[in-house]
Write a protein that binds this ligand. Structure first.
Ligand code: ZN
Length: 176
């Protein structure tokens, strides 16, 4: 899924104008200096949001072998891109235009997160149950032979710690 995200943000049309996410963000990075001196805070905030989201998505793609990391970073990055136009420009002029890369990155992020949860659930239970069975077996096997001493007089089973029979009172042989 990490590879899918990298392909989607670098190669696939991300916005409605068929530019990739990388193609949209790289001029933003170049213009940051000019924007900061220009004092257009709305555009600056919008550009920063997209640049940070882009960096998160690149990291999400690179850590593709860890589905949880890809899923969380991918969803945070995509949420920033999806929400930012409405937060920063509630009345325009920017509107969110989306292409194939936009949806593929969303889907890849969600699939990664779901896959990581499914993997975690599947792998955890077996070791726990195996440990329980093993401790139960060793406990009963070790306990049975030494615990009881049969009374030579009346045949009652007595716990190994007692010296006299609990039923008839006769001295019990010392268990070896
Ligand atoms: Zn007895």
């Amino acid at each position: 899924m990490g590879l899918v995200i990298l392909v989607a943000i670098f190669l696939l049309p991300f916005g409605g104008d068929s530019s990739t996410l990388y193609g949209t963000v790289s001029p933003m990075i170049k213009n940051l200096g000019a924007l900061q001196s220009g004092g257009n805070t709305a555009t600056l905030a919008y550009d920063y949001t997209w640049i940070i989201a882009f960096i998160l998505l690149v990291i999400a793609g690179v850590v593709g072998i860890f589905p949880l990391g890809t899923g969380v970073l991918g969803m945070v990055g995509m949420a920033m891109i999806t929400i930012s136009p409405f937060l920063i420009y509630p009345n325009g002029p920017y509107t969110l235009s989306t292409g194939a890369g936009f949806y593929i990155t969303w889907v890849a992020s969600v699939v990664s997160l779901v896959a990581s949860r499914w993997q975690g659930k599947k792998e955890t239970p077996p070791p726990v149950s195996v440990t329980i069975i093993q401790t139960q077996n060793t406990g009963t096997q070790a306990a049975q032979p030494t615990k009881n001493t049969k009374c030579p007089n009346c045949g009652t089973d007595n716990p190994g710690e007692t010296a006299k029979c609990s039923r008839c009172g006769k001295d019990l042989p010392v268990a070896t």
